[in-house]
Design a protein around this ligand. Structure first.
Ligand code: C5P
Length: 224
């Protein structure tokens, strides 16, 4: 890890468009991209596959340290766990649920720390997650915290699923999202909160284009 390499941290709850924005910034600047949520999702799926006890923190940490995880350099969003393509599985509701469960285990967070730091390579890194600006890269050059009302985030998720031809029930999605938010915000270690020096952007009333425009302005100001 080279601490002179600039990091742009994009944090916030799910459904705020963080992933899309982070990928856009990385592509525009030619920076590396860390989707830290994918690491937690992969660990969650690995816990399921191996039958590891979620109450056994050291065992989950050992599993986290031993995982062979690869992000495809050519196909965005494609991730391999021990050589197996788990890209679809990690994005299921089960994958989301397991990610937030392993994310609440302090030993698991510690075990994933070095993997995240290793993404910091020249010419720069865009890091997307929950604790990028607070814990993993506290010295990030720019910290953006995206937020939106739970109702709007659930509506966005609903639309995404319907557009993909996947059936969904809006009140159930909202309920799941609120439970995951509560687990992410109330956990003792690395809770979901904006860094004190983060720029908070509420996207509830903004289109994707408006969010992109505002974020890119912040990015260019920070880099110049
Ligand atoms: O960002 P994404 O929705 O893929 O994250 C899935 C889950 O992983 C989150 O709900 C959160 O519980 C966990 N997570 C985390 N810390 C991160 C990124 C994700 O705890 N930096």
């Amino acid at each position: 890890m080279d601490s002179s390499v600039p990091v742009i941290a994009v944090d916030g709850p799910s459904g705020t468009g963080k992933g899309t924005i982070a990928a856009h910034i990385a592509q525009t600047l030619g920076f590396h991209l860390l989707d830290s949520g994918a690491l937690y999702r992969i660990l969650g799926i690995a816990v399921l596959k191996s039958g590891t006890d979620l109450n056994d923190g050291p065992a989950v940490a050992e599993l986290a340290s031993s995982l062979d995880i690869a992000f495809s350099p050519t196909e965005p969003g494609v991730v391999l766990l021990n050589g197996e393509d788990v890209s679809v599985q990690i994005r299921t509701d089960e994958g989301s649920d397991m990610a937030s469960r392993v994310g609440a285990i302090p030993e698991a967070r510690q075990a994933l720390m070095q993997r995240q730091l290793d993404f910091r390579k020249s010419p720069g890194l865009v890091a997307d997650g929950r604790d990028m600006g607070t814990v993993v890269f506290p010295d990030a050059l720019l910290k953006i915290y995206l937020t939106a009302s739970p109702e709007e985030r659930a509506r966005r998720r609903y639309k995404q699923l319907i557009d993909k031809g996947i059936g969904a029930i809006l009140p159930a999605l909202l309920q799941d999202l609120k439970e995951r938010d509560a687990r992410d915000s109330e956990r003792k270690i690395s809770p979901l909160i904006p860094a004190s020096d983060a720029i908070v952007l509420d996207t509830t009333e903004l289109s994707e284009e408006q969010v992109t425009e505002r974020v890119m302005k912040l990015v260019h100001t920070a880099l110049n």
